[in-house]
Design a protein around this ligand. Structure first.
Ligand SMILES: *[C@@H]1O[C@H](CO)[C@@H](O)[C@H](O)[C@H]1NC(C)=O
Length: 342
């Protein structure tokens, strides 16, 4: 009996060992299959975004493979290598070079179904030749909120860390302007303000150019900065608001789209809107009569929000990859001009 029990135990142990071995083999096989190409969960392929002509320059920046990763966008390669036209996942055309015909659309070599992106950060007043671009582009990259790839000039984000102290002030209002033409609304408004208040004007228009590093420290010494856009268009709020005023730590006096539009981008008490006043004289009286307690309210937002500027074309182009999976396929801007001027 004892012998039989022993041999039974032995054979049971044998079966157990066999089962474990089989289980291990099965797991190993499963692991092999998992890691075999094709069977694994497909890794996201890297998208290739071809920039046909870099905006405003023949000398594109270096575009190392980690360019978009440094902006927090993975699986995205920017290139200016036109030999990749046949295989690029999207091709971007910046409008200025199409307008000046420095760049031509490679229509004859366009692979069927390849998405083409029309890119511009300029206002409709400075955009010409759109009637020639009917039925060509699938997506738009611009500052307009209804763009397929919306790239504002700046944004307010939840604050991390304490707000920097406000710069000391010793002047009321300043303006930096290079393109100064009487037909511009901003020039007309300046002409109406000037008799009622002092505005220190810098920039090429006044033969008082400021070096790139001098602009912010100069503007910072004033209570107000005239963030007057060169033309007034839907959502057209540029670096004159985000950089020249907010980044400098001063209060923008805005002339651009409606107050409601500005309020879609920034808190209502972060700026002075010229439409809040019935005349330039009234606006001048408000600005020159400012007191400290009232002035500080324009910076209340800085306790909870911080400024983020978007100034680099690389970051704007990397945003195409972020949106890529959700961009509308088969969409075509038949009337790009009508859309952009609308
Ligand atoms: C500060 O200015 C605001 C706006 O003009 C005004 O309503 C307020 O009475 C002023 N406060 C003082 C203390 O002068």
């Amino acid at each position: 009996m004892r012998d039989t029990g022993l041999s039974l135990a032995r054979s049971l142990r044998g079966v157990g060992a066999l089962a474990s071995a089989a289980l291990l083999a099965a797991l190993w096989l499963l692991w092999l299959l998992q890691s075999a190409p094709g069977a694994a969960p497909a890794p996201r392929p890297t998208l290739t975004i071809l920039i046909w002509h870099w905006p405003f320059t023949k000398q594109p920046p270096e575009l190392p493979s980690n360019t978009c990763t440094s902006y927090g966008v993975a699986h995205c390669r920017l290139t200016t290598d036109r030999s990749l036209l046949a295989s690029a996942d999207a091709v971007v055309f910046h409008h200025r070079e199409l307008q000046t015909q420095r760049a031509r659309l490679p229509l004859a070599d366009r692979p069927p179904g390849q998405p083409w992106v029309w890119a511009s950060m300029e206002s409709p007043s400075h955009t010409h030749g759109l009637d020639r671009l009917r039925g060509i582009f699938n997506w738009v990259l611009s500052y307009r909120r209804d763009s397929d790839i919306f790239v504002p000039y700046g944004r307010l984000e939840p604050r991390e860390g304490p707000a920097p102290p406000l710069p000391a002030k010793n002047g009321v209002a300043t303006w930096v302007v290079s393109n100064f033409q009487e037909r511009q609304r901003r020039v007309q408004l300046y002409r109406q303000l000037a008799p009622h208040m002092r505005v220190d004007v810098f920039g090429r228009a006044n033969r008082q150019p400021l070096c790139a590093d001098c602009l912010l420290p100069t503007v910072a010494r004033y209570l107000f900065y005239l963030s007057f856009e060169n033309s007034q268009h839907r959502d057209y709020i540029t670096e004159k608001f985000w950089h020249n005023a907010l980044a400098a730590g001063t209060v923008p006096v805005v002339l651009g789209p409606s107050r409601a539009t500005y309020e879609a981008f920034a808190p209502p008490d972060a700026f002075v809107h010229v439409d809040d006043f019935s005349s330039a004289r009234e606006l001048a009286a408000f600005l020159t009569g400012m007191n400290q307690s009232y002035y500080r309210r324009y910076f209340a937002w800085r306790d909870r929000l911080q400024l983020r500027l978007f100034r680099d074309w690389r970051e704007r182009f990397c945003a195409i990859c972020t949106h890529y999976p959700h961009l509308p396929r088969g969409q075509v801007y038949q009337d790009l001009k009508g859309w952009f001027q609308g």
